[in-house]
Design a protein around this ligand. Structure first.
Ligand SMILES: Cc1cc2nc3c(=O)[nH]c(=O)nc-3n(C[C@H](O)[C@H](O)[C@H](O)COP(=O)(O)OP(=O)(O)OC[C@H]3O[C@@H](n4cnc5c(N)ncnc54)[C@H](O)[C@@H]3O)c2cc1C
Length: 569
């Protein structure tokens, strides 16, 4: 067992965690920073981002317009002060990445090129072909290595937060390689653990996106905000859920039904394929239900047609799209439309924070997809997420630094107690339990199927009530889960059990928040309450962990200058 201590411990080595760690290291060279990640940082989900990252960079664009697009996209559930802060700080983050060496795609005059993205009024998305996530993560990871005060714990899995006298005081983590638990004391803890897409079965998210940070904060008394707001992306490969980037439509790709018609002219003639993701995903499902989808081995789908773009443009600007279609479907998008259907992609909700990443627990911060500031409200615009990781990564790194500098080391016994509790729970309980009664894979699959079926693109009272009841039963059944592999070294069966435990909390928060929002707004589409209801629901949902069902409360939305209007495109 190691007893470690850093001024700040950052949990997560994706874009948000690395950006926060760098900001903290830059602001005070004397600060010690521990960076804990359950996978090698370059394997964080950020690496798979394809399309690009948004910022106002040109004379034809302005901050007001980026704010309006984001707020309208959010169906007026975003906090407008946070959106204004976000939009104003995006450009400097893009330029900072340029200075750190990110190989942006460029115009002939050398300026960083920008492409069209759904729900954005102008070309605002900076990109590096269709591999932006790889390049952002690589640039940040390399930059983080310049700072010896950032000490990494790769393949360490955080199982619990340490809270002393009501304030965050560190984390308990399992070194996956050795199979040993340690505690890491800290004055400030930053959760940057990414999303929770794996609570659904059909998702674009990597296997590691299991909502760990959301559940850790939730267990420590922090509410999860707007959890019912789950984004479904309209263009995922049937069968695998692999994402075909929105950049494919930004570059001119169209969506067609089995009769070869561009069906978006029925649903959103003003924006067509460049509408926001919630509307496009619903339109595809409606088109399929009307019997105009294609039929395939994995169910019905629609076509993403890139043929008219030509080989040269596809190879230059969408090389990964061509590669994915060839490798996973055995077809060449130069000659054939790509089969696509909507799949879970992003969680707009998350750990409730303010613009500085602060939660209601002193010293505990959250940032990136795991947090809900909120700039995304009920529907995120594509390419705002990476920028969010950068802007709020910096802001959170700086506020954690300020806090850590004025805070003393925790002196009590909370760390030792948390470690003993985790030893008993994991090695005394889970690992010792009889195997065979319940399994991780069976409970996980049931949870994912409940979420896909009843907490998906369209929802209603009956389905949601049913989902809440079934998830509560799964939560109870989890108490009988055992782990067959008793070895300590690289025990991935054990880490998957811990992840499922986190996911069950997150799934319950999503389902209960969705049940209690009796209106349709953004990605939350209720077939029994089809209208947006500002009189009753222009407010954030807050889910608090409680015995049995989560307790749901509400928080007002901050409106600065954009009064809610009908969301028309
Ligand atoms: C396929 C795909 C394409 C996308 N394309 C775009 C795009 O083009 N533009 C855009 O803006 N957004 C895009 N997004 C969304 C965006 O990429 C993510 O929201 C963003 O990268 C999240 O970054 P993050 O730093 O918050 O989390 P992640 O990159 O997911 O990193 C999470 C980190 O937390 C660590 N972690 C998690 N749990 C634990 C634990 N228990 N203990 C220790 N460490 C832990 C992980 O090891 C990892 O390092 C895309 C998403 C996907 C899935």
């Amino acid at each position: 067992m190691d007893r470690l201590a850093y001024d700040i411990v950052v949990v997560g080595g994706g874009a948000a965690g690395l950006r926060a760690a760098i900001a903290a290291a830059e602001s005070d060279p004397k600060l010690t920073i521990g960076l804990v990640s359950k996978v090698y940082p370059m394997r964080s989900h950020t690496v798979s981002a394809e399309g690009g990252t948004a910022a106002v960079m040109r004379e034809y664009d302005n901050f007001e317009l980026h704010c309006l697009d984001t707020i309208k996209g959010s169906d007026y559930l975003a906090d407008q002060d946070a959106v204004e802060f976000f939009v104003a700080h995006c450009p400097e983050e893009i330029i900072q990445l340029d200075h750190w060496g990110l190989p942006w795609s460029r115009d002939d005059d050398g300026k960083i090129e920008q492409r069209a993205f759904g729900g954005m009024s102008v070309k605002r998305t900076c990109f590096a072909a269709d591999k932006i996530g790889f390049h952002i993560l690589h640039t940040l990871f390399q930059t983080s290595m310049k700072y010896p005060q950032i000490v990494r714990h790769d393949e360490w899995f955080v199982t619990d937060l340490i809270v002393e006298n009501g304030a965050a005081a560190g984390v308990v983590a399992l070194d996956i390689r050795r199979g040993e638990l340690s505690y890491i004391n800290a004055k400030a803890v930053v959760l940057a653990t990414g999303g929770a897409g794996r609570v659904y079965e059909f998702t674009t998210n990597g296997f590691i996106k299991t909502g760990d940070g959301m559940a850790l904060a939730y267990r420590a008394g922090v509410p999860l905000k707007d959890m019912e707001m789950v984004q479904f992306h309209p263009t995922c490969l049937p069968g695998t859920g692999i994402l075909i980037t929105e950049a494919a439509r930004g570059e001119g790709g169209t969506l067609i039904n089995k009769d070869g018609e561009r069906f978006m002219k029925t649903y959103l003639p003003g924006k067509m394929e460049l509408g926001p993701r919630d509307i496009l995903s619903r339109s595809e499902i409606q088109e399929i239900r009307a019997g105009r989808g294609f039929e395939g081995p994995h169910g019905a789908y629609v076509g993403l047609d890139l043929r008219h773009l030509g080989e040269k443009a596809i190879d230059e600007r969408l090389p990964m799209v061509r590669e994915l279609a060839e490798k996973y479907l055995g077809l060449d998008p130069i000659h054939e439309p790509i089969p696509v259907r909507p799949g879970q992609h992003y969680i707009m909700g998350g750990v409730s924070t303010n613009m500085h990443g602060e939660t209601n627990v002193p010293g505990l911060y959250a940032v990136g997809e795991t947090a809900c500031v909120t700039i995304n409200g009920a529907n995120r615009l594509g390419s705002n997420s990476l920028s969010e990781c950068l802007v709020f990564g910096t802001a959170t790194g700086l506020s954690a630094t300020t806090y850590a500098k004025k805070t003393d080391w925790p002196r009590g016994t909370a760390a030792k107690e948390a470690l003993a509790k985790e030893e008993a729970r994991i090695f005394g309980g889970l690992m010792k339990r009889e195997v065979g009664k319940e399994s991780v894979s069976a409970i996980r699959k049931e949870m994912q199927q409940i979420m896909d079926r009843d907490v998906g693109i369209f929802r209603d009272e009956k389905g949601l009530t049913d989902a809440c009841a079934k998830l509560a039963t799964l939560r109870q059944r989890f108490a009988d889960v055992g782990v067959a592999d008793k070895d300590r070294v690289f025990n991935t069966e054990l880490t998957q059990a811990l992840e499922l435990d986190f996911m069950l909390d997150v799934a319950q928060a999503i389902a209960w928040s969705a049940l209690n929002r009796r209106e349709s707004r953004g990605a939350h589409s209720r077939t029994d309450y089809t209208n947006r209801d500002d009189a009753n629901y222009l407010k954030h949902s807050l889910a608090f962990r409680a015995d049995g069902a989560p307790r749901i409360d509400y928080l007002p939305v901050t409106i600065t200058k954009w009064q809610p209007q009908a969301r028309k495109y």
